[in-house]
Design a protein around this ligand. Structure first.
Ligand SMILES: [Zn+2]
Length: 179
């Protein structure tokens, strides 16, 4: 998604990429749960808040406003951030059935209303084959884009690692000079 526009500045690409994973900050409660597991008062933040706090319209609006404030190309980046965010929700609906068969309904209208609880009967499990195929396809696409454009999602973490990856790919598959 961050690569859908070749003209997007680096900071904006980063915003779009982070938007695709940010709904899962509500899953960080898992850490608290594990840490308190053997105490007198074990927490259950994971079960209580995952797919609730971050997977809804209110959170989407917050993320969109933040993107609009931070982005250089404000209009395009905010639009891509919102698309990226919602693609995450759709992907969760399609292929994130829990190991115990729980569908993790998405209460999309929160915090405004509790009325909608999205589920999809065709949902496959988090560890089912379509997710492996999709992951392989998307990794290939990311590598191809890195080869073509000279940067990869690694740029979010380290320019050096990004340069090394692009260098290795281009070494293996040299880029033909423009005719
Ligand atoms: Zn999610």
């Amino acid at each position: 998604m961050a690569n859908s526009s070749p003209t997007l500045p680096k900071r904006d690409r980063a915003l779009v990429t982070w938007a695709s994973v940010v709904p899962d900050v509500d899953g960080l409660g898992l850490v608290a749960d594990l840490l308190t597991r053997h105490t007198a008062h074990p927490l259950s933040w994971w079960g209580d808040y995952h797919h609730v706090v971050g997977h809804n319209l209110g959170f989407a609006v917050g993320v969109g406003v933040l993107a609009a404030l931070l982005a250089k190309d404000k209009r395009k980046t905010t639009l891509l951030v919102l698309l990226s965010f919602h693609l995450h929700l759709v992907a969760d609906l399609m292929g994130a059935r829990g190991p115990d068969g729980d569908q993790w309904p998405i209460p999309y209208l929160l915090p405004f209303s509790n009325r909608w609880q999205w589920t999809w009967s065709g949902q496959w499990a988090l560890n089912a084959w379509p997710n492996f195929v999709l992951t392989a396809l998307l990794m290939t696409l990311a590598l191809w884009l890195a080869w073509k454009r000279g940067y990869s999602p690694l740029e979010l973490f380290s320019a050096k690692a990004d340069g090394a990856l692009v260098g290795a790919i281009r070494n293996r598959f040299p880029v033909k000079p423009e005719a």
